[in-house]
Design a binder for this molecule. Structure first.
Ligand code: G1P
Length: 299
């Protein structure tokens, strides 16, 4: 694995095959990843984070009914022509830039066998290189791209790195939880990993926040990983196994995480993202203040 420290993390795997049942009926005919935060689909924020951290190639692990994602990252010549003719130059630039963000590869996950299986499906495109994994439900906002924080740690140790964030004890059963020793500020050496434990089984309250830098030896482990929680092949189980064979680190990510995979998290993200927009902040804040006053008055 010595060769790894000479390699840059250039590839990112983004699993997008999930059915999005938590957002039905909105996701009956469109992928959940295409739901917008203000006017940009969630998946584009994830891709932009990866690109900001130096990723050049995005490997989407996709499924049936996900064609809209392919179309979004492709050119749309008809639309471009129409915008050109109408002189809408800003919009034309916005639309064109999306397809230039990175090289995009799409691989179908033929059966919903879990996150571990989705990552294994990327093996032919990843090959023998370190790679990033970003989960589409976790939108991160911070000064630096969250996955970039993990890549920094990878550069130093040439080891797999997980993105972690503290969660309240009562929420540990929603996440993969990592236990270990703090070795530097915001960095732990992982000693145990459990997928969705009960609060009493959890080794800590450091949750895996949907960001990973992995080394290609994870594929060998994934091939022999048996179905775990929910009958699915769990990435957490495979990394737990790998951590017995080599060092695995957990980086406590500095930014704010929005879980856009659940309705409340999605609404919180929508409000915060609207407030971050210069064109919307003022009128939206005015609306929110009035709304809050009204709600408080009516009890
Ligand atoms: C997945 C992972 C879990 C991780 C979580 C982060 O779970 O299996 O370890 O903590 O993403 O969002 P999911 O939310 O897909 O059930």
């Amino acid at each position: 694995m010595e060769y790894l420290n000479k390699l840059k993390v250039k590839k990112a795997v983004i699993p997008v095959a999930g059915l999005g049942t938590r957002f039905l009926p909105a996701t009956k005919a469109q992928p959940k990843e295409m739901l917008p935060l203000v006017d940009k689909p969630v998946i584009q924020y994830i891709v932009e984070e990866a690109v900001k951290a130096g990723i050049e190639q995005i490997i989407f692990i996709t499924g049936r009914h996900k064609r809209a994602i392919e179309d979004h990252f492709d050119r749309n010549l008809e639309l471009e022509r129409a915008l050109e003719e109408k002189g809408k130059r800003e919009l034309l630039k916005t639309v064109k830039e999306i397809s230039d963000l990175a090289d995009f590869i799409f691989i179908r996950q033929k059966e919903p066998k879990g996150l571990g299986h989705a990552v294994l499906t990327a093996e032919p495109a990843v090959g023998n290189e370190p790679f990033a994994v970003l989960l589409g439900d976790d939108v991160m906002v911070g000064e630096k791209p969250a996955i970039g924080e993990l890549i920094e740690v990878f550069k130093k140790f040439s080891c797999p790195v997980l993105g972690l964030q503290e969660v309240p004890k009562e929420e540990v059963s929603n996440y993969g939880i990592a236990g270990g020793k703090l070795v530097e500020e915001n960095l732990i050496k992982v000693e145990s990993l459990v997928e969705k434990p009960s609060p009493s089984e959890a080794p800590s309250n450091y949750a895996i926040a949907g960001r990973y830098v992995l080394t290609p030896d994870i594929f060998t482990v994934l091939k022999r990983t048996k179905p775990g929680k929910g009958g699915e092949i769990q990435l957490t189980d495979a990394i737990a196994q790998l951590s017995k064979e080599r060092a695995v680190y957990g980086r406590i990510i500095e930014g704010k995480r929005y879980d856009t995979g659940n309705k409340l998290g999605f609404l919180e993200a929508t409000i915060d993202f609207a407030l971050m927009r210069n064109d919307l902040r003022e009128p939206f804040l005015k609306f929110l203040k009035e709304k809050l006053k009204e709600e408080l008055r009516d009890g």
